[in-house]
Design a protein around this ligand. Structure first.
Ligand SMILES: [Fe+2]
Length: 183
C-alpha cells in the first residue's frame, strides 16, 4: 500500500474532515515514534493514517469498528502486522496488543485529540505557538478534552517513553503537518 492509495481510499470512505485530520495527525505521530525507535517509518505511518478508515462505514458500532478497517487495510495490501494493530486499537474486541506497532498506535491515537484541543483553545487556534508545557498542563486537567484517554497516553512508558517526552514528540510531529490539519 502506498500513501497515495491509502489517502485515495480514505477520501472514498470518510467524509468528516476532522476525522481525516485525526488520521493525518496519528500518521505524523506514528512516523515520529518509528523514527525514534528505529522502526519502519512507512509501515508505522501508514498504519496510523488508515487506522480509523471504517469509522463512518461502521456508524459508531464499536463491535464492528476496526474489524472492517483491518479488512479494508488488508485489501489495500497492508501486512498482517498492520491489520493487527488496527484491529486491537479498538479495545471492544478484547484482542491483546502484542507488538510495539500495536502499542504505539494505541497510545498515539488519544494524544492527537489532546494536542488538537490544546491548540483550538488558543486565541490564534494554531499549533505553531503551542508549547509542550501547556499540553502537559492540559494533560493533568481531567475535564479538558475528556475524550482523550490520559491513561492510554501514559501507557507510552511500555514502549520506552517518558510521558513528557511522548507529548513533546507528538506535538513536534503534528507541528510539521500543521497546514495539512488546518492548525
Ligand atoms: Fe483514532
Amino acid at each position: 500500500m502506498t500513501r497515495e492509495e491509502a489517502l485515495d481510499s480514505i477520501k472514498a470512505n470518510v467524509e468528516n474532515g476532522n476525522l481525516i485530520k485525526h488520521m493525518l495527525a496519528t500518521e505524523a505521530i506514528m512516523r515520529a515514534i518509528a523514527r525514534h525507535l528505529n522502526e519502519d517509518e512507512e509501515v508505522w505511518g501508514l498504519t496510523g493514517l488508515i487506522h480509523d478508515i471504517d469509522m463512518e462505514l461502521t456508524g459508531g458500532d464499536m463491535k464492528e469498528h476496526s474489524k472492517l478497517g483491518a479488512d479494508l487495510a488488508r485489501e489495500l495490501g497492508a501486512s498482517e502486522a498492520m491489520a493487527h494493530a488496527i484491529l486491537c486499537h479498538n479495545e471492544a474486541h478484547g484482542i491483546p496488543m502484542e507488538t510495539k506497532l500495536d502499542k504505539a498506535l494505541f497510545y498515539a491515537d488519544p494524544l492527537t485529540g489532546l494536542i488538537i484541543a490544546a491548540a483550538l483553545v488558543r486565541p490564534d487556534k494554531n499549533l505553531a505557538g503551542l508549547e509542550a508545557k501547556s499540553v502537559k498542563k492540559r494533560f493533568k486537567e481531567k475535564g479538558f478534552a475528556a475524550g482523550a484517554n490520559r491513561q492510554q497516553i501514559a501507557m507510552c512508558s511500555e514502549i520506552g517513553f517518558e510521558l513528557d517526552e511522548f507529548i513533546e514528540l507528538g506535538l513536534e510531529a503534528m507541528k510539521e503537518i500543521a497546514e495539512d490539519i488546518g492548525l
